[in-house]
Ligand binder design. Structure first.
Ligand SMILES: C[S@@+](CC[C@H](N)C(=O)[O-])C[C@H]1O[C@@H](n2cnc3c(N)ncnc32)[C@H](O)[C@@H]1O
Length: 323
């Protein structure tokens, strides 16, 4: 049976909700995340999504001089936010290669891992990155600018069915089939190179509020371009082996597709539905214990101060002491 996605859309992508304050990114659920990680002062920590470095700085503040922090971000721009601190190492790569890059530093087990998923405010607010429907720019949307695939390739080269499915699944676009058909019709005559050209060419199939509609379409394209769900799955699968017994993982998601993967992996160590078969007695041993029975969400105060935090959900798990 097809699962119902919760209707809340990724408000971090809402073009009208620009936070005030920190220019690069305001960290969300900061205190809750740091508490959830239950930081050991001399421990080894990983921030999978360094961004503006807000969470990393709070982790460093809890570490003593022996503690270490490995900060990943596939966007080179994030590097400019690195604090002058010899305890932190920046790794400008996708967190899907977490264990592989840590091994280069002789690290095979860590005390805590954080991932604050999605795009930073900086990426949304830089017109030329192509993430925002507010600006006109090339259809890009790559977090990692070394990567070949851009939103231009997805829009102009994917076949109709593939476009339909990704718009439906990643953006919950109500008329995904019609939109995919229209994209294919239009691009037979003219390549869709820019955000304005894309929006103008598709105006007649827009359903409801155009801002909301294109925010959903852009969310779908962005998830595809950056293979966000694939990277998340690969990272989650590395956690049980990488965490020390008693080590913690904290993950902040911004839409139900991500949250469902995290919830399922934390609970069952897999992404599949549990098999209902009375003849199978063997239970899969899960190496993670769920700490947050329900995901933590931002307070009204935080949402007021930073509207982009509204759809954030934090889940925390701990590696069991002994299996
Ligand atoms: C929401 S921001 C993180 C903000 C950060 N916690 C802070 O306090 O400023 C997400 C960041 O993670 C990066 N990112 C997203 N997916 C990634 C991946 N698969 N691998 C590496 N970096 C990723 C993005 O480039 C972006 O800079």
């Amino acid at each position: 049976m097809k699962k119902k996605q919760h209707k809340e859309k990724d408000l971090s992508t809402d073009q009208t909700l620009k936070p005030t304050g920190s220019a690069y990114h305001i960290p969300v659920l900061l205190q809750e995340t740091i508490e959830g990680l239950s930081i050991q002062p001399g421990g080894i920590y990983v921030d999978c999504t360094f961004g503006g470095g807000g969470h990393s700085k709070a982790i460093l503040a809890k570490l003593n001089e022996k503690g270490r922090l490995f900060a990943f971000d596939q966007d080179e721009d994030a590097k400019r936010n690195l604090p002058d601190d010899k305890r932190i190492v920046f790794i400008p790569h996708n967190f899907r290669h977490l264990s592989r890059f840590l091994r280069l530093y002789d690290v095979t087990a860590v005390d805590g891992i954080l991932a604050d998923l999605g795009v930073s405010s900086h990426q949304f607010d830089e017109a030329e990155r192509g993430f925002s429907t507010r600006f006109d720019a090339a259809l890009d949307m790559r977090m990692d600018q070394r990567q070949a695939l851009t939103a231009f390739n997805v829009v102009n080269e994917y076949d109709e069915l593939r476009l339909h499915k990704l718009l439906e699944q990643y953006g919950e676009v109500t008329n995904a089939k019609t939109l995919a058909k229209k994209i294919v019709q239009v691009r037979d005559h003219v390549l869709l190179k820019t955000i304005d050209a894309f929006k103008n060419a598709l105006r007649e199939v827009v359903k409801g509020n155009p801002n909301k509609y294109f925010a959903q379409v852009f969310q779908a394209l962005r998830i595809e371009v950056n293979d966000e769900l694939g990277a998340l799955k690969e990272m989650l699968q590395q956690l049980p082996k990488l965490l020390k017994p008693g080590g913690r993982v904290a993950i902040i998601t911004f839409h139900s597709l991500e949250d469902r993967l995290v919830k399922s992996f934390f609970r069952r160590g897999s992404f599949d539905e549990p098999e209902v078969n009375p003849f199978i007695m063997e239970e899969k041993v899960n190496e993670l214990i769920v700490i947050t029975k329900k995901p933590l969400q931002p307070s009204e105060k935080e949402i007021k101060e930073n509207p982009r935090s509204r759809s954030a959900r934090l889940r925390v798990a701990e590696k069991v002491m002994m299996v």
